[in-house]
Design a protein around this ligand. Structure first.
Ligand SMILES: Cc1ncc(COP(=O)(O)O)c(C=O)c1O
Length: 461
């Protein structure tokens, strides 16, 4: 009762006490008790340049002094054009026009609506269904949640969700269809792809508007890359059935996986690419979508150039100034090269940990978006029960030891499957990577000791 009366914050978990962070510097955050946390997950894979960068703060202050807000229905700012040009030039060929939002959920919401309007105005008014993938996350607004396949986040709202369809995302380490990835690739015979084709045909291609997917599945699966060739097949189906392909790069965009966008590694061109998080390195709420010329031409021809959508804070000048300042640092500090170098090093070090710790079942990812699957015993492939909260427990131990990771659950089937994402800032140094691995190693050791103690207790009972 005390807490409700004295504390005005509606916390993520009302029963939990959170450390109060007073400041950050580089890869570290400091709380009001003087405790230091190594941010091994860049917050939520967002603070991609680390903390306390004064030049980004100064750029934001400068812009706030010049023009803190203009409404993009009436006015634009020079900085809006500068950032859009920078992002448009980084994006794949033919994907040029940048539309800003404040968060990734809004970005995906915008993409879903744009796909629908594009089809409707071209005379295909039945096209409205989005196909998403199970164990994928696209945001928490109703549309993006409907498109996503995060069972736990969806569950409470099932009656409110839109009637979108889902297929499995390929988690080849534990293929939901029981296939071997090498066999799919060798025989060019993909059950996940034929399932997508079957779903489209069953819904009727005339009803399907868009397919949405993360290039590397982030929070829901723990950094799972696609098998080679998968997205080319997806692109082929989208072309065949006139379906807008939305690639959600909210987590992977702006160098996280070693290229500006992970799409570059997929060998395809998306129709809409959504982004967020890393664009401002977490310094301001900024996200958006980059749109293929084909859709822009469609809007110009069939919709009088107007997208029936918009937010008060689209293209907010102060948020945009944070984006521009962050992208300049990515460039100036050659962050991409660092991601490739430190990503390879971290991957090797995690592989070493896998040899040492029976609770690591799998190590995967790209660049500095890496994940480990947590199992009870990798030798016999014994899984944790969801009630054991393995990922959350390991992260709690790690926080006590002074580092924070990104735990997740449900990677296998929405309920089972525990994982931890390791995604430090993209400018992390080798000794910081070593520090991450040292603390993770210690946290896993403490966790495994605890597990053995609990098991001995269970047997003795
Ligand atoms: C792939 C992906 N898409 C969308 C979102 C939603 O972004 P936001 O939380 O900024 O709305 C996230 C957030 O974690 C994400 O990882």
């Amino acid at each position: 009762m005390d807490r409700v009366e004295k504390d005005y914050v509606f916390h993520r978990d009302l029963k939990k006490e959170y450390p109060i962070i007073t400041h950050g510097e580089g890869i570290y955050l400091f709380d009001d008790q003087g405790k230091k946390y190594l941010d091994a997950c860049s917050g939520a894979v967002a603070a991609n340049l680390g903390h306390g960068i004064s030049s980004i703060g100064e750029a934001m202050a400068e812009q706030a002094k010049k023009a803190g807000f203009v409404h993009t229905m009436r006015f634009e700012t020079p900085i809006l054009h500068q950032l859009a040009e920078k992002i448009g030039k980084m994006a794949p060929e033919f994907v040029n026009k940048v539309y800003f939002t404040t968060g990734g959920s809004e970005a995906n919401e915008s993409a879903i609506k744009l796909a629908r309007q594009y089809h409707r105005d071209a005379g295909k008014s039945q096209k409205h269904i989005v196909i998403g993938r199970w164990q994928s996350y696209h945001g928490n607004t109703m549309g993006s949640l409907s498109a996503g396949g995060d069972v736990k986040r969806r569950h409470a709202y099932t009656p409110n969700l839109l009637n979108y369809a889902h297929v499995y995302s390929p988690y080849c380490h534990r293929c939901p269809y029981g296939r071997e990835s090498s066999d799919c690739v060798k025989n060019q015979n993909w059950t996940c792809i034929s399932d997508l084709e079957r779903t489209i045909l069953e819904l009727g291609p005339e009803n399907v508007s868009a397919f949405i997917a993360e290039p590397i599945v982030g929070s829901q699966q723990g950094a799972v890359p696609p098998p080679p060739g998968y997205f080319e097949k997806v692109r082929g189906l989208c072309d065949r059935f006139d379906i807008v392909l939305i690639i959600d790069e909210v987590m992977t965009g702006f160098g996280r996986t070693g290229t500006n966008f992970a799409t570059e590694q997929l060998g395809i061109t998306p129709d809409i690419l959504t982004f967020g998080k890393g664009v401002s390195a977490g310094y301001a709420p900024l996200a958006g979508m980059i749109v293929h010329d084909k859709l822009i031409e469609g809007l110009l021809e069939n919709s009088d150039g107007k997208f029936m959508h918009g937010f008060t804070y689209s293209g907010h000048p102060v948020a945009v100034s944070a984006g521009l300042a962050a992208l300049e640092i990515y460039e100036r500090e050659a962050v991409l090269e660092n991601v490739i170098e430190q990503g390879a090093y971290l991957l090797d070090r995690l592989m070493e940990l896998k040899e040492k710790h029976p609770c690591i079942g799998n190590v995967r990812g790209r660049g500095l978006l890496l994940g480990i699957e947590l199992v009870k015993d990798s030798k016999v492939d014994l899984l944790f029960k969801p009630s054991e909260k393995a990922a959350e427990t390991i992260n709690t131990i790690a926080m006590e030891l002074g580092a924070v990771f990104y735990p997740g659950t449900g990677s296998i089937d929405g309920m089972n499957g525990e994982h931890l994402i390791i995604s430090p800032p993209l400018n992390s140094k080798k000794q910081e990577i070593d520090e991450i691995v040292r603390i993770l190693d210690e946290a896993l050791t403490v966790f495994e000791q605890q597990l053995r103690k609990d098991e001995a207790y269970e047997i003795a009972k």
